[in-house]
Design a protein around this ligand. Sequence first.
Ligand code: SF4
Ligand code: SF4
Length: 446
Amino acid sequence: MKHSVTLDKDKCKGCTTCIKHCPTEAIRVRRGIAHITEERCIDCGNCIRVCPHKAKKAVCDDFERLKEFEYNIALPAPSLYGQFRNLTDVNQVLTAFLHIGFDHVEEVARGAELVSSLTKYEMESDPNLPKPLISSACPAAVRLICQRFPKLIPNISKVSAPFEIVAILARKEAVERTGLSPEKIGVFFITPCPAKVSAGRNPAGLEAPVVDGFFAISDIYKRLINAMKTTEEPQKLAHSGLIGVGWAHCGGESNAVFQGQHLAVDGIDNIIEVLEDLEDGLLPQIDFLELNACNQGCVGGCLTVENPYVAQTRIKQLIQHMPISMNKVSLDPGPPVYMFDDKPLEALPVNVLDEDIEVAMQKYAQIEALVETLPGLDCGSCGAPTCKTLAEDIVQGLASEDDCIFRMRERMQYLMGMGDADEYLPLPFRRRDEEAEQAEQERNES
Ligand code: SF4
Ligand code: SF4
């Protein structure tokens, strides 16, 4: 897996802020620097959002890559439209792409409408489909399921992502239009999040990547704004309606599928909660489950520039005057060309203690015993997000008991003989002093 989310070692201060916000416990700080465990990372972008030193980043492509191809196509995500103040016509944005180096632009919203149509087909054509059908559109959510909720993999929709479907179509149509061979055509997705970059580079369900490169919305935004200022008459390039553009915010996808009871969830912590409920059989009445790792949906991706709530409101205003939909899949002779039956999703177990089950059981017992001896504060000073993860790292030989500041206190005390090592610890980690607390309370009251 080639991840988009990476660390800039020169900027990392080892502050441990990120370890607490990673939903998959993928980050450790060791010797003053953060490390991401690649197989655990789902590219959700949380660490990019919270790092106070801007040391986490999403690696996208350089604009110079356009020079590698004879004909370039931009695929803007629907969330891009929410980034512009007072936008009344998406053609203004789409035309701007033709002024910044692209030869053609194809909306991902078009792919979203096709996916909506395919998902309806999927739900109607197979009476044995496990319920609820889970959207496959958010790659961070899909990877989370493969890691932590593998029992739910059969519930994930087999329809490819909108940007992949539209990439396949756009390249095919460009070949017909220009007579160029497919490899001379560059197809670039304008992405709101790193999860889509990683998913596009390592596509689930497709034999090979169908997108040549990825530009972050935040990287391309200024170029577009400048081009929009000088564009007088926008061309009519839009090929989608409110169903496709509405996918930009949480609830847009499930409104489009509108098949029985649906639930739209945003935010990775909420997703984990809902998936736990689902695994426990607590959501039997839901037919379709839309998952968005980012708050408010794709408008909340960490590669956007606008506040997600503002962007969501803009999208809702923008779609009011759009046609309902401009794209529908023809079911004749059958649609499954965009469904990934040939390369199904697989479980990605990340907590395997040992291949040998007996050894794994022994290690599990060691971890449980070790957790009992640790303070249970989950303070993160050891560089692991919780005491339990430190215990796992110790048993796996990746950390030492001395990494725990409290265990270190005991050790220092031992080394110092009868003395108390407390005064050598930073204030938050010293023992409670009831006399001092009482004195402070009296001071405050007086
Ligand atoms: S938040 Fe993480 S990546 Fe950023 S400086 Fe702190 S330890 Fe390093
Ligand atoms: S991108 Fe998400 S999963 Fe990956 S290291 Fe950062 S917070 Fe963890």
